[in-house]
Design a protein around this ligand. Structure first.
Ligand SMILES: Cc1cc2nc3c(=O)[nH]c(=O)nc-3n(C[C@H](O)[C@H](O)[C@H](O)COP(=O)(O)OP(=O)(O)OC[C@H]3O[C@@H](n4cnc5c(N)ncnc54)[C@H](O)[C@@H]3O)c2cc1C
Length: 393
């Protein structure tokens, strides 16, 4: 007689979260199938940062070396007051060397992480051009309706996990409530590394730098073959306006200064995208045999580099709970992930966002003083790095 656990865990979405879950399940000997509406891994510029806590999972899954060979290793974080080009703090990840075997972060395009994860899955695990359209679930199994090349079929699984991104079909079908937080819009650009030569003499940015520039800010991230810049899009500016040559030029000139701005070859900007984020988390990550993970369950500002990482942590913990199989383990997974997302990831991302966008002289002075403390007190700096690295969760 077949039992429900003979059927695979069906995962909707082959983004970083769905692929991580499939790999974590495969390593536990649990069959999984990943369905994605796209024809292949999306290559648009999205998340960049893999945090130390996530590196621990990737090492466990045997993919860390492959990823590291495609990535830029980041050993320090810098905070600059960019109005007078003064370095407020440079924090070394060496401060968390006793907290993790991987005291550094990696900068790597999200699609490269997806490629590395997918390359380790058994053949046939990922099915491209498969759209999840409906589901039916009881206490033992789920029936998932899928369309592929215009044909509709029903797949049977022991569980369904919606890792199908911010506009999740699975979340919509479950009609789960969302708790909402702050919202904001960001502009992300990829630019040639030669932009570094435009800075005033003597200014050298590390691989990750937060630049406070009066009322505005930028985050500078060295990637293996380019620089990624993240800016805030001012209220009242539409996504179209924010992406015009003129708007990107204005932001860049503020970053590299008048002199550099005149000489920089604007053609060296490779890509740009705006990204609107409504911070939010579902009230429950589980209904019976159906689960939500990653952007389907939560969104956080990109400034802390935590959104994708939190989804990978959802996946790792869910694989362990499904392996355990008890109601208690599955409920605990849902409760713990909800608490971590709401009380730690969203609030940490909000704090990083507030520090960047501090407006007014007093707030900026307080922010700079707090960052100065990080520079002078290794105990405070270590706690700060642990939170950013998601090691305190
Ligand atoms: C422009 C941009 C910049 C970003 N920058 C950052 C950043 O700097 N730092 C950061 O941490 N995060 C950033 N993010 C967010 C980060 O990309 C997400 O947190 C991450 O992609 C979440 O992974 P996921 O697997 O949950 O979802 P996704 O990567 O969105 O994957 C979901 C997958 O589900 C598939 N799918 C959707 N519906 C269905 C369906 N019905 N059936 C089957 N498949 C379906 C989609 O095709 C997709 O492949 C950025 C996002 C964007 C858009």
């Amino acid at each position: 007689m077949s039992s429900s656990t003979d059927h695979p865990v069906i995962i909707a979405g082959a983004g970083p979260v769905g692929l991580s879950l499939a790999l974590a399940l495969q390593r536990r000997g649990i069959p999984a199938v990943v369905l994605d509406v796209r024809p292949e891994i999306a290559r648009d510029p999205r998340a960049t940062t893999v945090q130390p806590r996530t590196l621990e999972s990737l090492a466990e899954w045997g993919v860390l070396d492959a990823l590291a060979s495609r990535a830029t290793r980041v050993d320090t974080l810098q905070y600059w007051d960019w109005r007078n080009h003064s370095l407020l703090a440079e924090l070394s990840y060496g401060l968390i060397a006793s907290d993790t075997p991987y005291p550094f972060r990696l900068h790597v395009p999200q699609w490269e992480l997806c490629e590395v994860l997918a390359s380790r899955l058994d053949e046939g695990t990922v099915r491209w051009r498969h759209r999840v359209v409906d589901l039916e679930a009881d206490d033992e199994q789920v029936l998932v309706d899928v369309t592929h090349n215009g044909v509709r079929e029903t797949l049977r699984g022991q569980a369904l996990v919606g890792a199908d991104g911010v506009n999740s079909t699975v979340r919509r079908l479950l009609d789960l409530d969302l708790e909402l937080g702050e919202r904001d819009t960001f502009l992300t650009c990829e630019v040639d590394r030669s932009i570094a030569a435009c800075f005033p003499e003597g200014i050298e940015l590390g691989p990750c730098a937060h630049l406070f520039d009066g009322e505005s800010w930028a985050i500078w991230m060295q990637m293996p073959d380019c620089i990624r810049l993240l800016f805030h899009v001012p209220d009242g500016t539409s996504a179209q306006e924010a992406m015009t040559d003129r708007a990107v030029w204005r932001r860049t000139r503020a970053l590299i200064g008048e002199a550099g701005g005149e000489t920089y070859n604007f053609q060296l900007f490779r890509s740009r995208a705006t990204y609107h984020v409504q911070q939010r988390v579902v009230t429950a990550f589980r209904r019976g045999r159906v689960f939500l993970a990653g952007d389907a369950a939560h969104s956080a500002f990109p400034v802390g580099g935590m959104a994708m990482n939190a989804g990978i942590h959802d996946a790792e913990a869910l694989a362990a709970a499904l392996d355990d199989g008890s109601e208690a383990a599955l409920d605990a997974w849902s409760t713990i992930r909800h608490a971590i997302l709401r009380d730690e990831v969203m609030s940490e991302s909000s704090a990083a966002h507030r520090a960047l966008s501090a407006s007014g002289l007093i707030q900026r002075w307080l922010r700079n003083r707090q960052i100065g403390e990080l520079a002078s007190d290794p105990v405070v700096a270590r706690e700060h790095l642990k939170r950013l690295s998601m090691l305190a969760h």
